[in-house]
Design a protein around this ligand. Structure first.
Ligand code: NAP
Ligand code: MG
Length: 405
């Protein structure tokens, strides 16, 4: 057995829930710990632990990422009323991802893992479409009222300096209805823009951005203005030199154009658009389990994870003693993404090389026809394709990895 490769800085390891928690252990035991001399700062964001710590553990994990700059996160349950009952929770804790994003003020970039035997649902797409989701504000930090009787709804801004409040009538309610207030912040939009321009330049791909500024002449228009200001002030020359472009259009036009494109761009999306479009892209590229995700903060913090959730249905089967065929690709790529970034920051290329070997081993496994159930449904038909169980899939990747060491 060759000597283990040293990871010189602790990895911030954020554990999670259900089936992804089960696979997390397997990935560590089979693909990482046998080969890496690696220390982790471990944060258990399993729902029970979040409840026990009044969710302090989530806040602590975000601060650990600020300290070490790089973290890897497992999927976690965002509790709803059912979960509160299921886990006997004190309350409906907020989304851990929302909490962490709020602290790091990051942008989430997602990109599909492409293999040669799975063609995207949209035939024209040859290259991965990367999505950048603004991860602050809008409906995710809203204030809502259920209107039950007639009355006037107003938008009121009260300046802290004691000057005259600004008021606008939203609606004069005669019937029951609903109301929502949302906001965003210039610095957050600006750092979103910066993260997107940085990522596009780093990847050498065009940047597309769309909002509904024809309808929302102040709110959405502000996003467009800030992107344009940033582009003109800091990126025009760099983009020209790299032969890439920044392209703004209305969000609905952007959707239509993306469908007709060859792919290969970064598509910057407002928070809600990114939430919806990234799930659409993931399923068009094959499976949610082939979509990676990284939170990039303008302060230089990186948090890697899979895009999918905790795969609850598979977990219930698992605890009932049934074997599942759950796909660990995106979880594996979360770990390798984290290791590659760690290697870059630490100046330890051997760690990055090892991470790429894991990725190659995983891609080769799927391309050789060994795959989980979700991929069987979308892969090119081939009599050699074989559906394997969760753990067997990781074992096959390990076998391929061993050949590379
Ligand atoms: P999900 O966990 O993403 O799973 C939805 C369905 O997609 C699964 O039932 C499965 O389909 C398929 N799938 C997803 N990942 C897969 C994988 N790795 N391998 C094979 N199939 C996979 O979404 P959910 O069931 O709506 O949410 C479950 C929990 O996850 C919720 O409590 C939610 O709060 C949480 N969540 C967390 C995050 C996060 O932490 N980043 C993100 C989203 C959701 P089949 O059942 O058809 O096989
Ligand atoms: Mg979504």
């Amino acid at each position: 057995m060759p000597e283990k490769i040293k990871v010189t800085t602790p990895i911030v390891e954020i554990d999670g829930d259900e089936m992804t928690r089960i696979m997390w252990r397997m990935v560590k035991d089979k693909l990482l710990l046998p080969y890496l001399d690696m220390e982790t700062e471990y944060y258990d964001l399993g729902l029970k632990k979040r409840d026990e710590t009044d969710d302090q553990i989530t806040v602590d994990s975000a601060h650990a990422i600020m300290k070490y700059k790089v973290g890897v996160k497992c999927a976690t349950i965002t509790p709803n009323a059912e979960r509160v009952k299921e886990y006997g929770l004190q309350k409906q804790w907020p989304s851990p991802n929302g909490t962490i994003r709020g602290i790091l003020d990051g942008t989430v970039f997602r990109a599909p893992i492409l293999v040669n035997n799975i063609k995207p649902g949209v035939r024209k797409w040859k290259n991965p479409i990367h999505i950048g989701r603004h991860a602050y504000g809008d409906v995710y930090k809203n204030s809502e009222i259920k209107v039950t009787k007639p009355g006037v709804a107003e938008l009121v801004f009260t300046p802290a300096d004691g000057s005259e409040p600004i008021r606008k009538v939203i609606q004069e309610f005669k019937e029951p209805g609903i109301l929502q207030g949302i906001h965003n912040l210039d610095p957050s939009i600006r750092s979103f823009a910066t993260a997107c321009f940085t990522y596009a330049l780093d990847q050498g791909i065009d940047l597309w951005f769309g909002t509904k500024d024809t309808v929302s002449k102040i709110y959405d228009a502000r996003f467009r203005e800030i992107f344009e200001e940033e582009y003109e002030a800091n990126w025009t020359n760099k983009f020209n030199a790299a032969g890439i472009e920044y392209f703004f259009t209305l969000i609905d036009d952007a959707v239509a154009r993306v469908m007709k494109s060859d792919g290969g761009m970064l598509w910057a999306c407002k928070n809600y658009d990114g939430d919806v479009m990234s799930d659409m892209l993931a399923s068009t590229y094959g499976s949610l389990a082939m979509m990676t995700s990284v939170l990039v903060s303008p302060h230089g913090y990186f948090e890697y994870e899979a895009s999918h959730g905790t795969v609850q249905k598979h977990y219930y089967k698992h605890i009932a003693g049934e074997k599942t065929s759950t796909n660990s690709m995106a979880l594996i790529f979360a770990w390798t993404g984290c290791l590659k970034k760690r290697a870059e920051l630490d100046g330890t290329p051997e760690v990055g090389d090892f991470a790429r070997k894991i990725e190659d081993a995983a891609l080769e496994t799927v391309e050789s026809g060994i795959m989980t159930g979700d991929l069987m449904l979308v892969a090119d038909p081939d009599p050699h394709n074989r559906k394997v169980y969760t753990e067997d899939f990781i074992d096959h990747i390990q076998e391929n990895l061993e050949k590379k060491l």
